[in-house]
Design a protein around this ligand. Structure first.
Ligand code: AMP
Length: 207
């Protein structure tokens, strides 16, 4: 890709499917910032900001932060200079309303691809419970973890069909090692973006 090209990407999938890990790799490969609404919220909670105070309870309960607030935060972030040439959104949009808000922010410049990281509910619940134990996240009880999966199934899963209809969906099996999944994503994205050539070859050769 040249300097003027851009990749506007999203990664979507159930909580615990490994989106964050893959997002940083994809962002590096396509040279765009990874923008995670979950990370933005967590940083604000940690920093004790007004926003952090507003969202802490909601996040701990496994519910979604209201669309209006989330949309505002993303609009601010996308307006920053580093996002002008492209971005990888992780964890946003999560509702149909957020998709429409994002369409408005992009002002006719459509998304290039949406990566769906597929994962089985029981497998991701097991993974998240292990992580909660290892990282001492006492708030991440099985109940909250399961609730987040339900919220995903109800509010976010319908977005998959919407992006599929737009012809930009790249579905990837999220089961396997980080490397295996990363390779599947790269292959799927290169094919969707029509980058079978330079970027794909360069990235594979480590250039
Ligand atoms: P994540 O790290 O993406 O799983 O996000 C952690 C939590 O932040 C979620 O369980 C939600 O409570 C909140 N959150 C993150 N992104 C969004 C979003 N796009 N809309 C509403 N809430 C969000």
């Amino acid at each position: 890709m040249t300097e003027t090209d851009s990749a506007r990407l999203l990664i979507i999938g159930p909580p615990g499917a490994g989106k964050g890990t893959q997002a940083s790799r994809i962002a590096e490969r396509y040279d765009v910032p990874a923008i995670s609404t979950g990370d933005i919220f967590r940083a604000n909670i940690k920093g004790g900001t007004e926003l952090g105070k507003q969202v802490q309870q909601i996040i701990e309960s496994g519910e979604l932060v209201p669309d209006s607030l989330t949309n505002e935060i993303v609009a601010d972030r996308l307006a920053q200079e580093d996002a002008a040439r492209g971005f990888l959104l992780d964890g946003y949009p999560r509702t149909v309303d957020q998709v429409h808000a994002l369409d408005g922010m992009l002002d006719g410049r459509s998304l290039d691809a949406v990566i769906l990281l597929e994962a089985d509910t029981d497998a991701v619940v097991a993974r998240l419970m292990k992580r909660a134990e290892l990282e001492g996240r006492a708030d991440d009880t099985e109940e909250v973890i399961r609730h987040r999966q339900e919220v995903y199934a109800e509010q976010t899963a319908p977005l998959v069909e919407l992006f599929s209809k737009r012809g930009i969906l790249v579905s990837v099996d999220g089961l396997g090692t980080v490397e295996e999944v990363a390779d599947r994503i790269s292959d799927g994205l290169d094919a969707k973006l029509g980058l079978g050539t330079e970027v794909g070859a360069n990235a594979k050769a480590g250039r």
